[in-house]
Design a protein around this ligand. Structure first.
Ligand SMILES: [Zn+2]
Length: 92
């Protein structure tokens, strides 16, 4: 019985107390690439544990960080064309 399933199994940690909202038995835990992740189902608090087993809170702004900065293309310039009235041909 050696399943190599990539499906992450989230399991509740009995007796665990959420460090954010202090709710008991609300912590789910699972591994991602050997890194333990925790998540509170009550308040949404999430963190990971580093190599030292210390809590590393997940940043809330990860979505923002994933957005690529919009860089203006320097080769595209807005060209405003003002017709010179002096070049206007007079129609007889
Ligand atoms: Zn919580």
């Amino acid at each position: 019985m050696s399943e190599e399933s990539k499906v992450t199994t989230k399991r509740f940690i009995a007796g665990a107390v959420c460090p954010a909202c202090s709710a008991a038995d609300s912590i789910k835990m699972w591994d991602v690439d050997g890194v333990p992740h925790r998540e509170c189902v009550v308040c949404g608090y999430a963190d990971t544990l580093n190599e030292q087993g210390q809590s590393v809170p997940s940043e809330l702004g990860t979505r923002v960080n994933q957005i690529k900065p919009k860089t203006a293309d320097p080769q595209v310039q807005a060209v405003q064309f003002f017709p010179n009235p002096k070049l206007k041909k007079k129609t007889d």
